[in-house]
Design a protein. Structure first.
Length: 349
């Protein structure tokens, strides 16, 4: 089988759903239809330039550089937080906020588009634009890429933690660090957002997962370069061809991967934060954000904050918080958090 025929057959299997056809109409007619489709796809492929062929190969080869860096499974494997290795994460906040969380037994997870640092998502796309420049992208191509990133909306929410209970860089965020059990937090978020075994997932349901934040610029560039390259190949080779819809599908896969990277890629100068993020990615067929409510005019979703998931409160020396340990302990006990330990930070100041 020549290369063009092989590629056309792979494309049929991936993009034209004829699996199970023979059981419905018989092997003979299925073979005829398959042959017609193969001929049509092969004819379309024969008109593609080299960049279009490369884009299709990278899409269909599970071991391609693109798939290694862009598939959701591979991204999760690379940046996922293993609860067997990290059993507790710490959220830094103030004592007054802690009391409100205890009272309500709820926590608000903010939209990824409304984080404290407005440059966070932009950071990933700025690097991607630089990579396009390095690849010799034209102004039209850079404009199209920019439009893709802005027109594709994901309904994502974030709760930030650190694996370090004595993180000096995060002390600016508050007087205490709330220790949360990783597996129990994952279970609570999944119970609220994800159907059991991912069955009958629909609008409003969501996927939940923890991610390590990556500060290493070489690793960031490695992942971003493979995705940006695929976007550029598809744009140059498949746009304005009979396979333009496939170009759009590839572009969406690329933008989806880039958005996921934007949730866990941060500037190197912030590396001391050692951040871990829990993400809820909600399904939105309309590509609109649909939060549970708004807090301080920001879209948020509601997460549980219950005694079983709060393992400890680590108190710093900031604002005299170390003098309020007994007050914190009594407040926890009075509200059913009697198994939560209250600890003084190991930091000397």
């Amino acid at each position: 089988m020549d290369e063009l025929t092989r590629l056309s057959m792979e494309l049929i299997e991936k993009c034209i759903n004829i699996q199970g056809l023979s059981s419905l109409i018989g092997n003979y007619y299925s073979a005829i239809i398959n042959a017609v489709v193969e001929k049509k796809v092969k004819a379309e492929l024969s008109d593609l330039n080299d960049e279009g062929i490369k884009a299709l190969k990278a899409l269909m080869d599970g071991n391609s550089d693109f798939q290694k860096h862009a598939s959701g499974e591979n991204i999760a494997r690379r940046f996922d937080v293993d609860p067997l290795k990290v059993d507790t994460v710490y959220h830094y906040t103030d004592i007054s906020i802690l009391k409100k969380l205890i009272d309500s037994q709820q926590f608000y997870m903010g939209s990824a588009y409304h984080m404290n640092d407005p440059l966070e998502i932009k950071y990933t796309y700025d690097i991607s634009q630089k990579i396009l420049d390095e690849m010799g992208a034209s102004q039209d191509e850079k404009t199209a890429f920019n439009q893709d990133t802005k027109s594709t909306i994901f309904d994502s929410y974030i709760w930030s933690f650190s694996a370090n209970k004595n993180n000096q860089a995060l002390n600016n965020y508050g007087e205490i660090a709330i220790g949360i059990d990783v597996q129990k937090l994952q279970n609570h978020l999944a119970n609220r957002n994800t159907n059991l075994y991912f069955e009958n997932m629909h609008e409003g349901n969501g996927y939940t997962f923890p991610l390590y934040v990556e500060y290493n610029e070489e690793i960031q560039n490695e992942y971003l370069r493979s995705v940006v390259k695929e976007w550029l190949l598809a744009y140059r080779g498949l746009k304005n061809t009979p396979l333009e819809q496939l170009a759009n599908d590839i572009a969406f896969e690329c933008i989806q991967a880039l958005f996921l990277f934007s949730l866990c890629f941060k500037r190197h100068l912030l590396y001391q934060e050692e951040e871990i993020r829990f993400v809820v990615e909600r399904i939105s067929m309309s590509k609109e954000r649909k939060p549970d409510t708004h807090f301080n005019s920001r879209p948020v979703i509601i997460a549980d904050f219950t005694p079983d998931m709060v393992s400890s409160i680590v108190v710093s020396h900031k604002n005299g918080a170390d003098k309020r340990i007994e007050e914190i302990r009594q407040y926890l006990i009075e509200h059913g958090f009697d198994q939560t330990k209250v600890l003084l930070t190991d930091m000397p100041y």
